[in-house]
Ligand binder design. Structure first.
Ligand code: GLV
Ligand code: MG
Length: 354
């Protein structure tokens, strides 16, 4: 057993003190780039300020022959780029791979002062986070880092889903969780072949009219990821960390991508991955509260005075609980306005009526 008091003690002598709260830094789109791809790498400095998070991917989608080039490419990009308000994250290789130890022992000393979050794929349980937690503390101490690097787990195994609460609470470094629908589908033996998104076969059908099963009956496609995302949202909220949707592989289908992102946003996610510049714009739009929602939320805040009791607005009852929902949106709008001047202009122009 470990004393609760020790939870916030550094795991290595000289390592920075663990954080007590995970800062609510906007991260609507986590844009993945392959640092071993010179064309992609060259675009990174120009993307600073256009996206909330730039993530150098070292894991899947980077060929085995390119693993070293990706790691070295990321070091070079990070050293040469001033990231300003844009966060720098990386996705390291899986903990059972031959590359991950070199990923961590290279990245932390070389660019640890610039890395905000390390995404760990295929996390199975709290033991995976404990391993990374201690190793990071040792490397941070050795490198003389002044702030701890945060850890983000990708949920992409059935065991990871079963252990979700323990994973989220395994370390004060835990920043959030992303859904890894492609690996999760394979691990669960789902019968899909896509990277995220829905499937036309996963549906419900209207009852037969007058017993005619062959007659016209509407069907409604269902969300394959609803259960997992809902679990992620609860586990993250319980531990004060942040849930994210993950990859949407059908880059051309910007409409379905937007729907998938919006479902995640409405359920409680704060952001998503972007695999193509097109998806950055979608994510920024979807994961920013609309002007209409902020207008309504501010109206409720104004009408509710000290925050207790109930008022009627447009025939609808508002009370302490609907006020709390409105405050979630208003706070998010403030955080986003602080880093997004265009959004700030839109929110500032809102006039709240009685
Ligand atoms: C992402 O890594 C996925 O497996 O979907
Ligand atoms: Mg994966």
């Amino acid at each position: 057993m470990r004393s609760a008091k020790d939870f916030f003690a550094p795991l290595a002598v000289g390592a920075p003190a663990p954080v007590r709260d995970i800062p609510a830094r906007p991260s609507r789109a986590i844009h993945f780039f392959d640092p071993s791809n010179p064309k992609m790498a060259a675009k990174v400095p120009g993307m600073v300020g256009t996206v909330d998070v730039l993530l150098g991917n070292l894991e899947d989608a980077v060929k085995a022959d390119n693993k070293v080039a990706a790691r070295e490419g990321l070091v070079k990009i990070a050293q040469e780029t001033e990231f300003g308000p844009t966060q720098l994250w990386t996705r390291i290789n899986a903990l059972d791979s031959p590359w991950v130890l070199d990923d961590l022992t290279t990245l932390v000393p070389e660019i640890g002062h610039k890395l905000d979050v390390i995404m760990v794929p295929k996390v199975q349980g709290a033991e995976d986070i404990h391993y990374v937690d201690r190793l990071l503390a040792q490397l941070e101490a050795k490198a003389g880092l002044e702030r701890p690097i945060l850890v983000h787990a990708i949920l992409e195994t059935a065991r990871g889903v079963a252990n979700i609460e323990e994973i989220c609470g395994a370390s004060p470094r835990m920043q959030g969780l992303s859904l890894g629908p492609a690996d999760l589908a394979a691990d669960r033996r789902m019968k899909t072949t896509r990277v995220g998104g829905g499937h036309p076969g996963y549906l419900v059908r209207q009852d037969p009219v007058d017993g005619n099963i062959e007659g016209e009956r509407a069907t409604y496609q269902q969300d394959l990821w609803h259960y997992t995302i809902a679990r992620m949202v609860d586990a993250c909220a319980m531990h004060g960390i942040y849930p994210y949707y993950g990859p949407f592989g059908d880059i051309a289908d910007v409409v379905a991508c937007e729907d998938q992102f919006r479902n995640a946003f409405l359920l409680g996610c704060v952001g998503t991955w972007s695999l193509h510049p097109k998806q950055i714009e979608i994510a920024k739009r979807v994961f920013s509260p609309s002007v209409e929602d902020i207008k309504h939320a501010r109206r409720v805040v104004a009408a509710m005075g000290d925050g207790t009791g109930a008022v009627m607005l447009d025939g609808k009852m508002e009370d302490d609980a609907s006020l709390k929902q409105c405050l979630v949106l208003v706070e998010l709008a403030e955080q986003l306005a602080a880093i997004d001047p265009e959004l700030k202009k839109q929110y500032d122009a809102i006039e709240v009526s009685e």
